[in-house]
Ligand binder design. Structure first.
Ligand SMILES: [Zn+2]
Length: 66
């Protein structure tokens, strides 16, 4: 009886605990930089991206000026 079992053992299992989310920080900065949509008006905030703001309501996109 020659049954061969392939042992596919990967030695290391590493899990990094991701504790790098600072919500408080995010909100504080977010509030400061939050931008209202010029089309939708007050209280409609645009989502901030790397180089632009985007309104999820009307789809308006405004690029950041640096
Ligand atoms: Zn809008």
């Amino acid at each position: 009886m020659g049954k061969q079992k392939k042992s596919n053992v990967k030695g290391k299992k590493q899990r990094k605990p991701s504790k790098s989310t600072k919500k408080a920080d995010y909100y504080q900065n977010g509030k400061k930089n939050k931008r209202e949509c010029p089309k939708c008006g007050i209280a409609v905030f645009m989502a901030e991206h790397k180089n632009r703001y985007h309104c999820g309501k009307c789809g308006f996109t405004e690029f950041k000026q640096q």
